[in-house]
Design a protein around this ligand. Structure first.
Ligand SMILES: C[S@@+](CC[C@H](N)C(=O)[O-])C[C@H]1O[C@@H](n2cnc3c(N)ncnc32)[C@H](O)[C@@H]1O
Length: 374
C-alpha cells in the first residue's frame, strides 16, 4: 500500500517542485485537482510515510535516491516554502471554484499550512490529512480513508494517539479484504454487529470497519464504538469520524467514546458501565496498545468486561527492539485459549514482517493475536 499517491504517479511525475508546482500568478485558473496533485507530491517529498508498513511497493534504490536528492536540495525546499506561503495568501483569488468547492479549497489550504511547517523543518508540523487506500479483494474498488494526523515528528507522549501507527495499518490491510476472518461479516449470527476499538488514536480500524459496512462487504447493521482516553485524541478521532462519514447509512452507527482501560480494570464488575459500553461487543479491535508494563493487564480486564461469549478480540502489537519486556506481557497475562484458568485466552498467533521504508533496508515485525473466551 502506498500512502496518498499511487506508486506509478510518483514515478512518472516530474520530481522538482520548481517543475511541478503550478504558477501562482495563474492560480485563479487552476483546477482543484491540479493543486491537489502538486500538494500530494510535496507531501511525498517532505512528509515521511508511516514507519514499518511497506511490503510490495518498494521503490528501487535509484528511484529512491533521486527523490532523496530532491529532498536534500535547499533551493527546491525554499521554492516549496515560498510557493506554499504564496498559495495560502492567495487562495482566496481562486475564483474559478464554485461555492460547492469551498470546503475542498479550505482543506487544501489547511494541508498547505501543515506542509509549510514540515518543509520549514518545524518539529511539530501541525495536522495533516493522509489518504489511505486498502484493497478489498478481487475486482472491487479499494476502500479509502482520510485521516487527520499530527505527523510523525511529534514526540509528546500524551499525543501518541494523534498519529497513525504501523500496527493499525497492518491490521487494517488484513481486515479490509477478509472481514469474515475477524468475525465481522457473519450475517445471521447477530442482529446488529457491535464492534469496539480500544486505544483507537486516529480511529483507522473503526473507520475501515465502517466503510466495509457502507460498501456492503459487512452485511449486518453495525454499531461501532471507537474509544480512547486523551481529550485531544478524542477530539481528533471525532473529526476523523465526521469527515469520513458525513452521512452514514441508516444501518451504521459510529460513536466516539471515552474509555480508560485502567479505570475499567479498577471498576468493580458489579458496577454498570455507562452507554454505549453497557452491553457486550461481538468484536473488539486494538492496535499498538501494549507499551507499558500494566497495559496488558488493564486491556485483559477491559476485554473480559466487554466481549460477549463467543466474541473475538484481535490485538496487534509491533515487536519494537528494546521493548520486548512490554511485548512479552501479552503472553504472560493472556493464557493460551482452552486452558482451565477461565477468562479470555490466546487462540491464534501470527507474526507479520513489513519493510520499514520504501527501500526495504530494515524490517519491522508485528504480532497479531486472535483472543477468545476459554
Ligand atoms: C500507540 S497509540 C496507537 C493508536 C492507534 N491504535 C494506532 O495504532 O494508530 C496508543 C493509543 O492508546 C491510547 N491509550 C493509552 N493508554 C490508554 C488507556 N489507559 N486507556 C485508553 N486508551 C489509552 C493512547 O491515547 C493512544 O491513542
Amino acid at each position: 500500500m502506498l500512502e496518498n499517491s499511487k506508486k506509478n504517479d510518483i514515478l512518472e511525475a516530474p520530481k522538482l517542485p520548481t517543475q511541478f508546482l503550478p504558477s501562482l500568478r495563474q492560480l485563479s485558473g487552476q483546477s482543484l485537482s491540479s493543486v491537489q496533485s502538486a500538494l500530494e507530491l510535496l507531501r511525498y517529498l517532505y512528509l515521511p510515510t508511516v514507519f514499518g508498513t511497506h511490503s510490495a511497493d518498494r521503490l528501487s534504490s535509484e528511484e529512491h535516491d533521486t527523490w532523496e536528492e530532491v529532498r536534500r536540495d535547499d533551493y527546491e525546499r525554499s521554492h516549496s516554502v515560498r510557493w506554499l506561503t504564496g498559495f495560502i495568501a492567495r487562495s482566496s483569488e481562486w475564483t474559478v471554484l464554485g461555492d460547492a468547492d469551498e470546503k475542498q479549497r479550505e482543506g487544501l489550504v489547511d494541508d498547505a499550512a501543515a506542509l509549510l511547517a514540515c518543509c520549514a523543518g518545524a518539529s511539530a508540523a501541525g495536522r495533516l490529512q493522509r489518504t489511505l487506500s486498502f484493497p478489498r479483494g478481487d475486482a472491487k474498488n479499494p476502500l479509502e480513508i482520510v485521516l487527520q494526523d499530527a505527523g510523525l515528528q511529534n514526540n509528546v507522549i500524551d499525543d501518541v494517539g494523534m498519529q497513525t501507527w504501523g500496527s493499525s495499518l497492518v491490521l487494517a490491510e488484513l481486515l479490509a479484504p477478509s472481514p469474515e476472518k475477524f468475525g465481522l461479516a457473519d450475517p445471521g449470527e447477530v442482529a446488529t454487529l457491535r464492534v469496539l476499538e480500544l486505544g483507537a488514536g486516529t480511529g483507522l480500524l473503526s473507520l475501515v470497519v465502517g466503510k466495509l459496512v457502507e460498501l456492503g462487504d459487512i452485511q449486518s447493521p453495525a454499531e461501532l464504538v471507537a474509544t480512547d482516553f486523551q481529550p485531544a485524541v478524542i477530539r481528533n478521532l471525532r473529526a476523523n469520524v465526521a469527515f469520513n462519514f458525513p452521512d452514514p447509512p441508516h444501518d451504521l452507527t459510529l460513536r466516539v467514546h471515552e474509555l480508560d482501560w485502567k479505570q475499567v480494570h479498577d471498576t468493580p464488575s458489579t458496577q454498570r458501565l455507562s452507554p454505549p459500553l453497557d452491553s457486550p461487543f461481538d468484536v473488539i479491535l486494538a492496535a499498538d496498545v501494549i507499551y507499558e508494563m500494566d497495559h496488558a493487564e488493564w486491556i485483559k480486564s477491559t476485554v473480559e468486561r466487554l466481549l460477549r461469549p463467543g466474541g473475538q478480540f484481535h490485538l496487534i502489537i509491533p515487536l519494537r527492539p528494546g521493548h520486548s519486556r512490554e511485548a512479552n506481557t501479552v503472553e504472560r497475562v493472556f493464557p493460551m485459549a482452552g486452558s482451565s484458568s477461565g477468562g479470555v485466552g490466546i487462540d491464534k498467533v501470527a507474526e507479520i514482517e513489513k519493510d520499514a521504508d520504501w527501500l526495504g533496508r530494515e524490517q519491522v515485525r508485528y504480532k497479531w493475536y486472535g483472543i477468545r473466551w476459554n
